[in-house]
Design a binder for this molecule. Structure first.
Ligand SMILES: C[S@@+](CC[C@H](N)C(=O)[O-])C[C@H]1O[C@@H](n2cnc3c(N)ncnc32)[C@H](O)[C@@H]1O
Length: 349
């Protein structure tokens, strides 16, 4: 296959405009930018470049890789805008590249690592999911997604970090979208590292929270909540939301939980919340709501991701209303809060 410097397309019979061929090829070559960004993130190159430009040889000796090949990858990273080539054969970080720094505001480092590793491997078998309905992840890695992470603490840690990365703006919007003044106890169902509860408690000093998740995840919550100075108002409860959910909460927050599961399993979680709720309590789902057919949406990306990794799906507002009703809940309000995420409020029927 020939690859020209201007974007790599065949010489023959180019009937479309260059622009449309370039766009089409950008789609096809997407995996390359994923892997280049992954290498930069995994090797921590943004941290090494934080104090100024370095040559590939200098960088390679710091991270113990082959200088020549690292230099070649960095030139591609420059093409993607992650670094810039500067005099003296050196590379410097761009504003895009700075976001791969460990401590950068809104860092996407953990996300780049997560997507470049198991997500990448699983998406490589998307066709398998389409042909069989089996999650590609299970086909490739031999275990369901959450079980696999439970057996691989490093993968779990990257996932937990990626889940909360860049969430601050979204969580601020959640606090604006829902009036927590009448609540006392928030139950964060599948609360992960506690970042959602930490934001809510940070804004509302009168609130307490239960972080409910699998035991191996709660260690990350312990340190996150401590660093956020809200640990003393939280109880960390290990458990399985398919069996039960802690009782007596006024607000059951499920952030990116229901979309992980097929209708049957999603219903089990919602029914357990319904059974545990105090009178007058609310269920608050944070999810990407799919528009009806005819409106292309970035939520479709998350939808297919759920197909690849798990048995889940993104849903339309109508689908959420039906699911909630089957669990004895009435969808009362949907508030778009940030990017593709919405707050879906439900009350007992
Ligand atoms: C997509 S993450 C969402 C984490 C967090 N709510 C957030 O938005 O950052 C899904 C969470 O569900 C938890 N989870 C998966 N299966 C579970 C189960 N059977 N019981 C309790 N929690 C579970 C996972 O450990 C993970 O923390």
């Amino acid at each position: 296959m020939s690859e020209s410097s201007s974007g790599a397309y065949p010489d023959s019979a180019v009937t479309d405009s260059h622009e449309s061929v370039e766009s089409a090829l950008k789609l096809v070559y997407g995996f390359r930018s994923t892997q280049v960004t992954y290498v930069v993130a995994k090797l921590g190159l943004a941290d090494h470049l934080a104090d100024g430009p370095l040559t590939a040889t200098e960088l390679a000796s710091r991270v113990n890789v082959k200088p020549e090949n690292l230099g070649r990858v960095l030139r591609l990273a420059a093409f993607f805008g992650v670094v810039a080539e500067v005099p003296g054969e050196r590379f410097e970080l761009t504003s895009l590249g700075r976001m791969l720094g460990t401590d950068a505001a809104g860092s996407i480092k953990a996300t780049a690592i997560m997507l470049g590793e198991e997500h990448y491997g699983a998406w490589g078998s998307l066709l398998h999911s389409v042909k069989t309905s089996e999650p590609a992840f299970e086909h490739v890695y031999g275990a369901p997604f959450f079980d696999y992470m439970a057996a691989h603490p490093d993968v779990q840690a990257t996932f937990d970090a990626a889940m909360s990365a860049g969430m601050d703006v979204m969580l601020e919007s959640l606090c604006d979208a829902y009036d927590f003044s009448g609540s006392r106890l928030v139950v964060d169902v599948g609360g992960g590292n506690g970042s959602v509860a930490a934001m809510i408690l940070g804004r509302h000093p009168h609130l307490e929270a239960v972080i409910y998740d699998q035991a191996q995840v709660l260690a990350a919550a312990e340190s996150y909540l401590t660093a956020a100075s809200v640990r003393s108002r939280c109880r960390l409860v290990p458990g399985n939301f398919f069996e039960s959910v802690p009782e007596a909460g006024d607000a059951y927050v499920l952030s990116n939980i229901i979309h992980d599961w097929d209708d049957e399993r999603a219903l089990r979680i919602l029914r357990n919340c319904r059974a545990a709720m105090a009178p007058g309590a609310a269920v608050l789902l944070l999810e990407a709501v799919l528009p009806e057919h005819g409106s292309p949406s970035v939520a479709a990306m998350a939808d297919v991701n759920m197909m690849v990794l798990l048995t889940g799906r993104e849903r339309t507002e109508k689908q959420y209303a039906a699911l909630l009703e089957a669990a004895g809940l009435r969808l009362s309000k949907v508030t778009p809060i940030w990017a593709r995420e919405s707050l879906i409020e439900a009350r007992p029927l």
